[in-house]
Design a protein around this ligand. Sequence first.
Ligand code: FAD
Length: 283
Amino acid sequence: MLGAALFGFWWALLLVSFASSIGATLAFLVSRFLLKDWVQGKFGNKLTTINQGVEKDGPFYLLTLRLIPVFPFFLINLLMGLTPIRTAVFYIVSQIGMLPGTAVYINAGTQLAQIDSLSGIVSPGVLLSLVLLGIFPIIAKVVMNFLQKRRVYSKWQKPVKFDRNLIAIGAGAGGLVTTYIGAAVKAKVTLIEKHKMGGDCLNTGCVPSKALIRAGHAMHEIKRSQEFGVSAGEPSVDFKQVMGRVHKVIAGIEPHDSVERYTKLGVECIQAKPRSFPRGKWK
Ligand SMILES: Cc1cc2nc3c(=O)[nH]c(=O)nc-3n(C[C@H](O)[C@H](O)[C@H](O)COP(=O)(O)OP(=O)(O)OC[C@H]3O[C@@H](n4cnc5c(N)ncnc54)[C@H](O)[C@@H]3O)c2cc1C
């Protein structure tokens, strides 16, 4: 802002843009040469995913961080120095990413420099430039979200029309609850399950484990019975019978998670394994 007051908008934009990008790159290089080997050596295993992410999407992440100033820039410079991002990429993306923000600040600086009386503080130009300072990160966030969305969906062709409001893949606890709520609010809902309705919780997780634990409790209580003056003899386990009861408990709950119940609730249930269709391959 001071630069704008001294040099005017365009000269300040040129000088500040290059100065800040060069300064950021110097900080980046200091971090890279002093700390990178040590950090990568010490946390290399844990950093593998981050390193791969930076190699694949580093420029986009950096651009986002530059446009939406959530983290202080000095931190971004130092942390980026620890990742495998190339110095030239860091410099170019930083210069481009910081340019809009720099322009907003320099604009504010030129407006503030023109204030020569108290009434000048509330002039439309000054107020507008201050508002712009405030809303710039919000605009940048909306733009970056839009670009991110386009990147994510670029591999798939957008259907001409949507036949469903909600499709859940997997009829486990998550899919069942989601589609139940969807159907309750009259959405068009499809539930796709490749194996058994109820997922882990009903078939291999919560329900069978609790039924098994219940048998364990019974055994434990019998073993302790003499403490309470009760004689129950030496307990024995018929594991076949224990598992028979486990399956009975599952069968008792099964109707709640069944295709029949969910169909009655208005959910279209499909037994299948869905596939995704890359762009152009949709039939
Ligand atoms: C032994 C054990 C005990 C547990 N006890 C409890 C407990 O007491 N309380 C508790 O709250 N939680 C408990 N849990 C955890 C609970 O089971 C899980 O949190 C819950 O099942 C997760 O539900 P989900 O819908 O996310 O996934 P899941 O239940 O795993 O369901 C996923 C479903 O998706 C299907 N599926 C996967 N891929 C595809 C595909 N490509 N196409 C179509 N279908 C697909 C699978 O066949 C499966 O039916 C326990 C878990 C275990 C293992």
